[in-house]
Design a binder for this molecule. Structure first.
Ligand SMILES: O=C(O)CCC(=O)C(=O)O
Length: 296
């Protein structure tokens, strides 16, 4: 049987059972209390989900008929669910995939009410990189992609779609055709050859290399979406551009004081790492990724 790491390296993702039924129930309760799911939109117009990097305000949940994306770690009032981001199975699995000394760089909720139509175009998570600086070596298997992204749903879902194996290669011609000239997002509705849905049971998580070609899509949600979404890197290696997703300006001493000791320690480690690697734009330079080829 293949290990998690072998599957992750080969396919670009691996599915792991993370939560017990009791934990699923507890987290669902905490998440529903945070986002107040009773607010239902009068508005039935289909809307695109928000620009993920900015995120939404929790108090807006349900006002429009769309999927919402809430960043948690920099948001006062969301502490009740933060322990999800240091769940032992999550950390152990990411350590197996990347290495030790994990730094959390994204801790969010993806949520939508039943009946929502959701479509986020096919992409690789390289949105921070200007299109004219995206080169094929970024997807080389020789490059260590120091980032794991995770979706951990609290109800069964099929919203994440992936092209297995695409994390370690450049786009094929057919994929380029689907992207219609963009190196960021394919147009909504584009067919991607080889794209498949990732079916997850509540409490199962998908751990993925976010250089994979992937998208978010559910024709019409039969059940509400309630998914914990997170990302990590190993502090033993230089971070990728994903590390900068979290707005460290919001991690003020006063805010850090409101966190649990574990979360405060994790955020302290984040800030230490930020001091060491202050410049996001370095992370997609060739010499940063292949230092041995550039050292004299
Ligand atoms: O699970 C989803 O909805 C898609 C998430 C996604 O595309 C991303 O985080 O980059």
């Amino acid at each position: 049987m293949k290990s998690n790491k072998e599957k992750f390296l080969e396919d670009g993702y691996v599915i792991v059972d993370v939560l017990s039924q009791q934990e699923i129930d507890d987290f669902r309760h905490l998440m529903d209390a945070l986002i107040s799911p009773d607010v239902k939109s009068e508005d039935t117009q289909t809307r695109s989900s928000s620009f993920q990097h900015l995120g939404d305000e929790i108090s807006d949940f349900g006002k429009e008929a769309r999927q919402y994306y809430f960043h948690l770690l920099t948001k006062p009032g969301t502490e009740s669910i933060h322990h999800a981001f240091h769940h032992p199975v999550v950390l152990k699995t990411v350590e197996e995939l990347l290495g030790p000394n994990l730094i959390v760089n994204n801790a969010s909720i993806l949520a939508a009410n039943e009946g929502t139509e959701y479509s986020l175009g096919w992409h690789r998570d390289i949105i921070q990189i200007p299109q004219d600086e995206i080169e094929d070596w970024i997807f080389s298997p020789r490059r260590f992609h120091n980032s794991v992204q995770i979706n951990l749903p609290l109800v069964d879902e099929n919203s994440l779609w992936v092209v297995p194996g695409s994390h370690f290669r450049a786009n094929t011609e057919a994929e380029n055709e689907a992207f219609k000239g963009s190196k960021h997002y394919a147009p909504i509705g584009a067919e991607m050859p080889g794209g498949i849905p990732v079916s997850l049971k509540a409490g199962q998580a998908v751990f993925y290399n976010n250089n994979l070609i992937h998208r978010g899509f559910t024709e019409k949600m039969k059940v509400p979406r309630r998914t914990l979404h997170m990302g990590y890197h190993s502090a033993d290696f230089p971070p990728t551009w994903h590390f900068y997703l979290l707005n460290s300006d919001l991690l003020t001493p006063a805010y850090l004081d409101t966190l649990s000791p574990t979360m405060r320690k994790m955020m302290g480690e984040y800030l230490e790492c930020k001091k060491q690697y202050p410049n996001m734009a370095d992370t997609w330079k060739k010499e940063y990724n292949f230092p041995e080829e550039y050292s004299v």
